[in-house]
Design a protein around this ligand. Structure first.
Ligand code: SF4
Length: 418
């Protein structure tokens, strides 16, 4: 009977947690100790359900009761749904049992807010503390931080969790006011700022005192819901860029809004989840963090939204054809990595390989670079770029026609426009 109730709670609270996509992890190096349980190793491997959600962690809410009424959230207090709440011990036991059976590599724990922020956060912290101290659990723990919780609780959370996150939820203050008028952005900025400073301080202290305990070693992250309010991609990327820069975030997650209500402020039930847009935002995010792009090169006042047909690097290249062709044998790494079809690893390989002789197209193909995109943007030994004098739209057309993108259906419908 008790097992049935736990099973029911698990169904309710795992289902409610699926709307939060910020569950992948990276960068934790928590090691197993003698007699301990689990070892995160070099990053957690991720698996995804059919709808693209990560399931490698036990991903649940402590409760889906909530005192708030955010229009975009399935747990909002006005929603007529089945409610449930785990006890602290139930979450601890579930985590340990699933871990021992190899079902999971860690725990991703979020929660609706019952009573108040501290009351909820206290319980989240207690779960992490019990796992670490009573069970010597060294698996990965990602805790959601409840805005408004005290600094003491945030501090304790950082001692037990690998990663902490505060969800921004809606990319702009205006959108937040519209959909969650009880909240404000400052309530999210304050804990993020506290966590940023604690992470920096701990790292500095650790250089002097090796015994300094780790504090959220996998850093902090956030999540934004895409497509619930009317923000452009420029607004979204501006917010992401701001939080990466000002709060040293490890990751910003973009979660396409899944229609859950008939609230007039939101896209109606049956509207498409903006999956392609979500994917393009992740690609843009990657360009900001690893490719040396500035936010306004990707989206700006003239181009406030990403082209869904093509990846954002190709979009940038087609708007800046004057910067091509890039001479693969002479150009600096920074220019090579901006060529559509060349990733960070391939760009490094090119720079290393060309020391031994001039590279030809066949060398690039051996490195693993597909000619489909690059042939319009590079020159190399024995090769001049194709159609360098043609308009961007034509190049885009040819690239898409030759590509095997999963978005081809979308493209094919649009080809008639040419
Ligand atoms: S506070 Fe969090 S759980 Fe509660 S309604 Fe808002 S988004 Fe949902």
């Amino acid at each position: 009977m008790a097992d049935d109730r736990i099973k029911e709670k698990l169904e309710i609270l795992a289902d409610a947690a699926k709307y939060d996509v910020s569950c992948s992890s990276s960068g934790s190096d928590r090691k197993n100790k003698k007699g301990g349980l689990g070892n995160t190793g070099a990053g957690i491997c991720h698996t995804y359900t059919e709808d693209g959600r990560c399931v490698s962690l036990l991903k649940i809410l402590l409760t889906n009761h909530c005192i708030f009424d955010c229009a975009y959230c399935v747990s909002r207090r006005s929603n007529d749904i089945k409610r449930a709440a785990f006890t602290v011990q139930e979450v601890v036991d579930l985590t340990i049992n699933f871990y021992r059976r190899n079902y999971i590599e860690g725990l991703f724990l979020s929660s609706g807010i019952f009573k108040n922020a501290d009351y909820t956060m206290e319980r989240l912290v207690l779960i992490a503390k019990k796992l670490r101290q009573e069970h010597n659990f060294n698996g990965y723990i990602h805790l959601k931080t409840i805005p408004g919780a005290s600094d003491d609780l945030l501090n304790e959370a950082g001692l037990y969790a690998d990663r902490l996150s505060v969800n921004l939820e809606i990319p702009t203050e205006t959108g937040l006011k519209l959909l969650a008028p009880e909240k404000n952005r400052k309530d999210m900025d304050v804990p993020m700022d506290y966590l940023k400073n604690q992470i920096i301080r701990t790292k500095e202290e650790k250089k002097i005192f090796r015994s300094t305990p780790k504090f959220a070693p996998a850093g902090q992250s956030t999540q934004m819901i895409i497509g619930a309010s009317g923000e452009s991609d420029m607004h979204i990327m501006k917010t992401a860029d701001h939080y990466y820069t000002e709060y040293n975030l490890k990751r910003v997650y973009y979660s396409g809004y899944i229609p859950i209500s008939n609230d007039k402020r939101l896209p109606g039930l049956g509207s498409d989840v903006p999956v392609i847009r979500e994917n393009r935002l992740y690609q843009s995010d990657w360009l900001l963090r690893f490719y040396g792009f500035k936010r306004d090169e990707i989206v700006n006042e003239r181009h406030p939204n990403l082209d869904l047909d093509i990846d954002p690097k190709l979009g940038w290249a087609l708007r800046n054809l004057d910067q091509f062709p890039v001479d693969i044998n002479r150009a600096p790494y920074e220019s090579i990595v901006r060529v559509p079809g060349i990733g960070v690893t391939s760009a490094k390989k090119i720079v290393a390989a060309r020391r031994f002789g001039a590279l030809r197209m066949e060398h690039l193909q051996k490195i693993g670079i597909s000619a489909n995109k690059v042939r319009y943007f590079i020159s190399c030994q024995g090769f001049v770029p194709l159609m360098s004098d043609r308009p961007a739209e034509m190049i885009k057309h040819y690239i898409l026609a030759a590509s095997h993108t999963k978005y081809k259906k979308v493209f094919n419908q649009q080809l008639t426009l040419f």
